[in-house]
Design a binder for this molecule. Sequence first.
Ligand SMILES: Cc1cc2nc3c(=O)[nH]c(=O)nc-3n(C[C@H](O)[C@H](O)[C@H](O)COP(=O)(O)OP(=O)(O)OC[C@H]3O[C@@H](n4cnc5c(N)ncnc54)[C@H](O)[C@@H]3O)c2cc1C
Length: 261
Amino acid sequence: MKTKLINFSKYSSFKIGGSFDVALLEDDFSHISDYYLIGSCNNTLVGTNPPPLMMLSKKYDYIKIEDDVLKIGGATPSGKIASFCKKHDIANFEFVSHLPGKLGGLVYMNAGLKEFEIFNSLLTLQMPSGLKAKCQVAFGYRSTDISEPILEASFILEYGFDEDKVAMFKRMRSNQPSTPSAGSCFKNPEDDYAGRLIEEVGLKGVMRGDMCFSKEHANFLVNNKNGTFQDAMWLIDEAKRRVKEKFDISLECEIVILNRD
Ligand SMILES: Cc1cc2nc3c(=O)[nH]c(=O)nc-3n(C[C@H](O)[C@H](O)[C@H](O)COP(=O)(O)OP(=O)(O)OC[C@H]3O[C@@H](n4cnc5c(N)ncnc54)[C@H](O)[C@@H]3O)c2cc1C
């Protein structure tokens, strides 16, 4: 496979990580099990020794209406999806303008805002092993059982882009820090909030190097300038340890950590 050198301190939303070669996945799927697939690393913390990485090539960056459904390539950025839907007056994708990532990452994580999730209007997924219908995939809150690259997804085509929803999603974002992060660090445990637990164990705003759980939103691990992977991991492990000790709750990371110890 062709490769591309990527500097993760620029590419990833955390602005953490060194430069590593990333293989470009196009039509040859024979070696995919040797690599870890990334999208645009808006939900990913890249370590100092990541596994071999691959990403979909530009071939999978497209969005089109075909056979009365919306077809989106796995490498299509969320901003492009939002602009297309606005331009063509398509409903149900207003929330993606506030979710940084590529289509494959959005589907893999079942990304969303409250009850607005990418799986809501999903029809099918095209993967190297073939086409899968939505009913063949297990999915839930920020999770799916997908285990291979999503090359394309098709969605119900419904018209009526809603500007009021865009404004509502913008308001929902207003308490979130603009400092580099990867969104929510931990999944919310059942009937509770990870941010509340982090605050209760005294970690909100505590600096470790240039990293901290944000004072604005405790479940956002933020990089204030020159944060490192080690500092991020210290805070993640410390939050897990303290929350387990005080509340007997095991926090589960929502972010993906890519490092081989
Ligand atoms: C400021 C900020 C706010 C955020 N707010 C939210 C929010 O409100 N709700 C929310 O759900 N998320 C939120 N996120 C997280 C992020 O937007 C989503 O998780 C998004 O889906 C990440 O997409 P990505 O392409 O960057 O994926 P990556 O971070 O690159 O990868 C994430 C996972 O997806 C897998 N993956 C990537 N591409 C593919 C593919 N083609 N096929 C199969 N698997 C693939 C990767 O293997 C990895 O396991 C936020 C992030 C930031 C930085």
